[in-house]
Design a protein around this ligand. Structure first.
Ligand SMILES: [Zn+2]
Length: 370
């Protein structure tokens, strides 16, 4: 085979020589230098409950710079999907008020933090990144703030919401969430309100996020839409079988539409021993095996600190209602994302693959859809 011609007129041998020259040039680079180089353009994490926490601490403003900025900077985070999420205790009456309150608090904090920019378009993301700012894209996890009024979608769109998942784990006016068990959620798909929201999202240029929706709702959204679909944060049912995670067929459906699956760091395994960065990467490899390297990103969903903030009784209630999340000990906040990249290197991923996983694939989606 050596010397055989390839389609573009170069011999395989010359490709190999180029590769050898390239690796020789880089052979002086330490793993740490390689991690730094790969992180420099800025990672994209499409799921983080940031507005939720800023709102809960609104009487103590300045959290964005005091608490989050150092972690984001340590991990070279370039873009955060900042998720609006309404806690059960506010529902049903307070959904809209708390949703608006979370967005308000995000804007208030960013007004005093020149290191951040709330971005509504791909161009704004690009400009923020060129200026060295961390881009924040507002996402919504469950449409409870809309109540049952589809017209409010336009208001939230004006405020900057660019990614919407219809439900969290519970049932709402749009549909039902997948349960944290292998089966048992409603067999129903979306409500008429839910279908209207999905159609309106595509019309307004809001990305539809399939995280959390139950299997029938998932299938219905695939049928209703035409643009690339995403799952901002999830894991593979192959390794942790629950409706809240996604099956191989669901992963393939995302791939067929040119979408991206963001791999979640908190539902990697049903056991604590299995919750490791290595196993997180198994999920990445599984998605790649099914739909290719262009279909995978990160949606880390770091929330251990939120649990730690809760009184013990409340934390137990959340665990009873949902599930016990097993956090990965050396991947619990954004400052630890270098551990992930180091492990991807150790597992033999190429620079190009790592770049796609860490930010390029999500950026492609923003370029296409925002
Ligand atoms: Zn979630």
């Amino acid at each position: 085979m050596r010397g055989a011609r390839t389609g573009r007129g170069k011999s395989i041998g010359s490709h190999r020589r180029e590769h050898e020259t390239k690796s020789k040039a880089m052979s002086n680079e330490s793993v740490e230098q390689r991690v730094n180089r790969l992180h420099a353009p800025g990672l994209v994490d499409l799921h983080f409950d940031l507005p939720f926490d800023l709102y809960e601490k609104r009487s103590r403003p300045g959290q964005l710079t005091a608490h989050y900025l150092p972690e984001f900077e340590a991990g070279n985070i370039g873009l955060i999907g900042a998720a609006i999420y309404i806690d059960d205790r506010y529902l049903p009456e307070m959904g809209l008020r708390v949703g608006l309150g979370q967005i308000t608090q995000l804007y208030r904090e960013v007004a005093n933090a020149p290191q951040f920019a709330i971005c509504k378009t791909y161009e704004e993301i690009r400009r923020a990144r060129a200026a060295g700012k961390i881009a924040l894209v507002i996402t919504m996890e469950g449409v409870e703030p809309l109540g049952e009024d589809p017209n409010l979608l336009r208001v939230f769109s004006e405020l900057g919401v660019r990614v919407i998942g219809l439900t969290h784990a519970r049932r709402n006016a749009a549909g039902s969430g997948g349960v944290f068990k292998p089966s048992g959620s409603s067999r129903d798909g979306l409500t008429e309100f839910g279908r209207e929201i999905v159609r309106e999202c595509e019309r307004l240029g809001i990305i539809v996020d399939l995280a959390h929706i139950n299997p029938s709702g998932f299938a219905e959204i695939v049928d209703l839409t035409e643009k690339p679909l995403i799952v901002s944060h999830t894991n593979a049912r192959k390794f942790y079988d629950m409706e809240r995670n996604i099956s191989d067929d669901q992963i393939k459906a995302i791939g067929q539409r040119g979408g991206v699956v963001g791999v979640n760091a908190i539902l990697v395994s049903p056991t604590q021993e299995g919750s490791t960065i290595d196993h997180y990467i198994d999920h990445i490899e599984h998605v790649i095996g099914l739909i290719g390297i262009d279909g995978v990103g990160i949606g880390l969903d770091f929330c251990e600190y939120l649990f730690q903030q809760l009184p013990r009784k409340e934390a137990e209630e959340v665990e009873a209602k949902l599930t016990k999340a097993h956090f990965i000990p050396d991947l619990t906040n954004h400052s630890q994302t270098r551990n992930l990249t180091r492990k991807l290197i150790e597992r033999g991923f190429t620079d190009e693959q790592i770049e796609k996983i860490l930010y390029r694939n999500w950026m492609r989606i923003f370029e296409q859809l925002l």
